[in-house]
Design a protein around this ligand. Structure first.
Ligand code: UD1
Ligand code: CA
Length: 529
């Protein structure tokens, strides 16, 4: 990272910087009201997820790490949804600072957006912040160390406005940073659509991240004029206003242009995704997670992974999933919003949603946990088992080919292959209770609501329709009939029948008669006894 106009040694961003405290007197504004036309989407741009988390939350998280005064988010397009996402993420505050929403009813530009936050800061009953950090809601790659440096340079140089810039191979679409011919002081920012050929040739661009003095911001915004190609109030025009007012404008230039990526299009969203996913993987590799093939391992921003976990290729960990230590997740598995204990082993091709698996349990291959499944300690869910809203007790097993829905299954229960809880009668869902130590034979149907008492044995092939008292045997089958020699006699009869049919065909051929193509040869009515 380099600085101008005064060249100073760059701060080496280090992991320790992450732990830095929020800075007193510093407020933050996040602009998140825009529609994002270039995304070609029904959804507001800032709601598009990067690594499973809405883009606006990247800016918000950054703001909350640094602002010690107050944070305001400007919403407009799909205001309700954006506000909802912000509120869910912060609960209206983040411990140390309040997070307020300001609504921009007409989208009249970024300067107009920031102006909408004035009541938030006026009515807070607190003194005006010393500085405002202002962030676009579409820069998910920006790092905390960079923002801290921007603030530090701003304060040290006693600037009215400090901007973050970077130099791009292709600067088209971005605002260009125009510097004075004498020295390299910033004189103004010109938007792409307002730029002439000479300005378009400038490759230094405005990232959209600013620090502005508290006593300067709102008076400068009041003075903005929408005299530009888009007829908007541009926040970027406060740069020129500061210069004209004889105040200092500072700038920090990013060495890595990636960090300044402003997401305006789906392509840029995909680029940001690649970078963020890589950062997340590196973070977990550094924290002691083993990934056999990092490039095919997909971990959302909200996931937590314990030490010595092993992730095989093509694993997706999504949402707010938590993995304990020493868990193993094999290939082709997707886990969303689940809590997974220590030493859990999840074999290949499982799909798990909104469920919990306790320590030492195993799952799969090819298991499907739908929401609200609780697999207790050491329990086992095997191949082709689907479960929903079901608790499988400690040490219990459902090893093969079962459907367990709306069931409460106790400890040490064996669920035989092919067992089905018939939990739905076409109108209502009903519960199945299987108490501790029950043995359920293969191919059993449990017609809910039904309870199987502790220690009972259900014979294979049973349809359980009534509650079973503890320690019972339940068997519901047609009595078996065995006829020794039946199959051998049948083979003889079948062979005789086939011979007779073929004799008929050959005699028809001799007499010139055609056997009817439709009529099958008559089957012998004789059956073995
Ligand atoms: C803006 C900058 C440009 C910079 C670029 C970096 C201005 C005038 N231009 O352009 O110099 O190079 O970011 O990515 O600021 N927004 C509102 N209300 C509005 C308009 C926008 O809240 O009325 C929000 C958007 O939701 C977005 C941010 O402001 O988060 C930036 O808006 P966008 O339309 O993306 O600005 P750019 O044209 O990219
Ligand atoms: Ca933008």
């Amino acid at each position: 990272m380099s600085r101008s106009p005064a060249q100073e040694p760059a701060i080496k961003p280090s992991p320790q910087n992450r732990g830095d405290r929020p800075v007193a007197g510093v407020a933050a504004v996040i602009m998140a009201a825009g529609l994002g036309k270039r995304m070609q989407s029904k959804h507001a741009k800032v709601l598009h997820p990067v690594a499973g988390r809405p883009m606006v939350l990247y800016s918000l998280e950054l703001a909350l790490r640094i602002a010690g005064h107050q944070v305001a988010v400007v919403v407009g397009h799909q205001a309700d949804q954006v506000s909802q996402v912000v509120k869910e993420a912060t609960g209206g505050s983040n411990g140390h600072v309040a997070v307020s929403i300001a609504e921009q009813r007409e989208l009249l530009g970024t300067g107009h957006a920031v102006l909408q936050t004035r009541p938030v800061f006026m009515e807070s009953g607190r003194s005006m912040p010393a500085q405002f950090i202002i962030l676009n809601g579409d820069t998910p790659l920006l790092r905390e160390a960079t923002l801290r440096e921007l603030l530090e340079v701003h304060r040290r140089q006693e600037a009215a406005v400090t901007i973050l810039t970077t130099v791009l191979e292709d600067p088209s679409g971005y605002g260009r940073v125009v510097r004075s011919s004498s020295g390299d002081a910033v004189s103004r920012i010109v938007e792409d659509r307002d730029a002439d050929a000479a300005v378009k040739a400038i490759r230094e661009i405005n990232v959209g991240t600013y620090v502005v003095e508290g006593d300067f911001l709102f008076s400068a915004l009041e003075g903005l004029q929408p005299t530009n190609a888009q007829g908007e109030f541009y926040l970027t025009d406060i740069v020129q206003a500061a210069v004209e007012g004889g105040r200092r404008v500072a700038a920090v230039t990013l060495d890595d242009p990636n960090e300044g990526l402003g997401v305006n299009t789906r392509r840029q969203l995909a680029e940001a995704e690649v970078v963020v996913r890589g950062q997340i993987r590196d973070r977990w590799l550094d924290a002691g997670v083993r990934m056999i093939d990092p490039s095919s391992t997909w971990i959302d921003a909200g996931v937590t992974i314990g030490r010595d976990c092993v992730l095989y290729p093509n694993v997706m960990l999504e949402g707010s999933t938590v993995l304990g230590e020493d868990a193993i997740v094999r290939s082709g598995t997707r886990i969303t919003d689940c809590i997974i204990g220590n030493r859990v082993e999840i074999l290949d091709h499982c799909v798990c949603r909104d469920s919990q698996i306790e320590d030492d349990a195993t799952l799969g291959p090819f298991a499907h946990l739908r929401p609200h499944v609780l697999v207790r300690k050491g329990a086992k869910i095997g191949n082709f088992v689907e479960a929903k809203k079901t608790e499988l007790g400690e040490g219990s097993k459902a090893n093969h080919l079962s459907y367990l829905g709306d069931a409460k299954i106790g400890k040490g229960v064996n669920i035989g292959a092919g067992t089905i809880t018939c939990n739905y009668d076409g109108v209502r869902k009903a519960e199945t209770v299987v108490e501790d130590g029950v043995f359920i034979g293969s191919d059993t149907q449990l017609v809910a609501p039904v309870t199987v008492g502790a220690g009972s044995v259900i014979a294979a092939g049973t349809t359980v329709t009534q509650n079973v008292p503890p320690d019972s045997l339940v068997i519901s089958r047609v009595m078996q009939v065995t006829r020794p020699g039946w199959a051998a006699k049948r083979r003889v009869l079948l062979a005789e029948g086939a011979q007779a049919a073929s004799n008929r065909t050959s005699s028809n051929a001799k007499t010139g008669k055609r056997a009817s193509p439709r009529r099958k040869p008559k089957r012998s009515k004789r059956r073995p006894r």
